[in-house]
Design a protein around this ligand. Structure first.
Ligand code: TXA
Ligand code: MG
Length: 348
C-alpha cells in the first residue's frame, strides 16, 4: 500500500518501500518522478524513453533543449553508455557516488535518448550519493535523466515542497527526502572530459583544486572565463565568487552544439526532389525522396522526442542538398523545437 499523502501536496510520497515501488512503476510507464539527491531535487524520467525525456522539458517550461544529466546507480551502468578515459576513471573512483558530473563520449550502441544529449555526441553522467536516489536507480533498473526539479528560471529545489510548489501536478510523484536531502544544496560540478584538456563547465561543491589533485590541470569553460572577466573589476575574482548554480550561458551557443551538415530551410511550404523533408502533422509535403515525420498526429511532445534522431538520420542521406522543415507551432514544446531548428538553420 502506498501511504496516503497527508499534506496539502498530494503528489509528495514517503520514500519507504511502497513509495519507491510506486515511483518505479511511474517511471516505467514514462511518467516523471522527482527525487532527492545530495545536491538538489532532480526531475527524473526514464532516460531510454525519448518521450518521457521530452516531457521533462515540457514540465520545466524550458524554451530550449539544454542537454540533461543522466544518473546511474554505479559506474558499471554508466560505462555501458559512455566511454571512460583514464582521467574519467580516476575522477569517478575519487568522487562517486557524489556531486560530480562527467561529460564523456556516448558509446556506439548507447541506449540513452538522443534528446538527453541535445544531439551532441557526448552525454553527462553522474552517480549520486543520496540513498533515496540510489535506491530508486537500483530498484527501477533505469538510467534516469534529471535536471533540477524546478520550473525554468526558478531557483533549484532542496525540499519536496519546493518541487510541489514549482511544478505542481506536472510531476506524478515527489519522493520526500525529509531533512536529510540536499545537504550540498548546489548543483553538481560539471567537467567535460571529451577533449585533450578537461574543461570545468559548471563549478560546484567539488572544487577545481580537488579535481586537479586527482587528474592534474584543467581549464575553465568559456562561459566561466567570460563571467570571470565581466566581474573582475579590480578585485580578485576566483571561481568561488562565480555563482555556482548559474546555468551555463546558453549551452545552445556552445560551439560543439550539434548542427546538421546539410543546410536547413525552415517553414517550408514546398519541397524539392533533392531535398530531405522533416515533416510535422498529417499532411506532409510531397515531392521529396526522403521524409521523416516528427509527429503525424501533430503532437509536440512526440515531435520533441524524435527531433535529434530525425535530424541525424536525414543529415546522413546521400545525394541530398538540404533539409526542408515544415512549420512547427510556436507554442509549448514547439518553442524549444523551433529554437533548436533556428540555431541549426543559422548561417555557419
Ligand atoms: O546536481 C545536479 O547536477 C542536478 C541533480 C538533479 O543531479 N542536476 C542538474 O541538472 O543540475 P541540469 O540539467 O539542471 O544541469 C545540467 C548541466 C547544464 O549546465 C548542462 O548544460 C550541462 O550539465 N550538460 C549536460 N549534458 C551536457 C553535455 N553533453 N555537454 C555539455 N554540457 C552538458
Ligand atoms: Mg537547473
Amino acid at each position: 500500500m502506498v501511504s496516503a499523502p497527508k499534506n496539502r501536496y498530494p503528489n509528495i510520497f514517503d520514500a519507504n518501500q511502497a513509495g519507491l515501488e510506486h515511483a518505479c512503476n511511474l517511471l516505467r510507464s514514462g511518467k516523471l518522478v522527482a527525487f532527492p539527491t545530495e545536491t538538489v531535487y532532480g526531475l527524473g524520467a526514464n532516460a531510454t524513453n525519448a518521450k518521457a525525456c521530452a516531457s521533462i522539458y515540457e514540465a520545466k517550461g524550458r524554451p530550449s533543449f539544454n542537454p540533461l544529466i543522466v544518473h546511474f546507480p554505479d559506474i558499471t551502468e554508466a560505462e555501458k553508455r559512455v566511454s571512460f578515459n583514464a582521467k574519467a576513471q580516476k575522477l569517478a573512483h575519487a568522487f562517486w557516488p557524489g556531486p560530480l558530473t562527467l561529460v564523456l563520449p556516448r558509446t556506439e550502441n548507447c541506449d540513452i535518448a538522443e534528446l538527453c544529449s541535445a544531439g551532441l555526441p557526448s552525454l553527462a553522467v553522474r552517480v549520486p550519493g543520496h540513498p533515496i536516489a540510489h535506491a530508486l536507480l537500483q530498484q527501477s533498473g533505469l538510467p534516469l535523466a534529471a535536471p533540477s526539479a524546478n520550473a525554468s528560471g526558478k531557483i533549484s529545489p532542496t525540499k519536496s515542497e519546493h518541487v510541489a510548489y514549482s511544478l505542481g501536478g506536472k510531476v506524478s510523484c515527489i519522493l520526500d527526502g525529509k531533512d536529510k536531502a540536499c545537504t550540498v544544496g548546489l548543483e553538481s560540478t560539471v567537467i567535460d572530459l571529451t577533449g585533450e584538456v578537461p574543461v570545468l563547465l559548471r563549478p560546484g561543491n567539488i572544487t577545481r583544486e580537488e579535481i586537479e589533485d586527482v587528474i592534474g590541470s584543467i581549464q575553465l569553460g568559456k562561459s566561466l572565463m567570460e563571467r570571470k572577466a565581466e566581474s573582475s573589476s579590480g578585485d580578485e575574482t576566483t571561481e568561488d565568487t562565480l555563482q555556482p548554480s548559474d546555468p551555463l550561458k546558453s549551452p545552445g551557443l556552445l560551439k560543439s552544439h550539434y548542427a546538421p551538415t546539410l543546410p536547413l530551410r525552415l517553414n517550408a511550404v514546398d519541397v524539392a526532389a533533392d531535398e530531405a523533408l522533416l515533416a510535422f502533422g498529417n499532411k506532409p509535403l510531397t515531392g521529396s525522396g526522403y521524409c521523416l515525420n516528427l509527429s503525424e498526429k501533430g503532437d509536440l511532445l512526440e515531435a520533441a522526442a524524435n527531433l535529434f534522431a530525425a535530424l541525424h538520420a536525414l543529415d546522413q542521406k546521400p545525394n541530398v542538398r538540404g533539409i526542408a522543415v515544415m512549420p512547427i507551432p510556436d507554442t509549448g514544446l514547439g518553442l524549444a523545437i523551433n529554437d533548436r531548428l533556428k540555431r541549426a538553420a543559422a548561417p555557419r
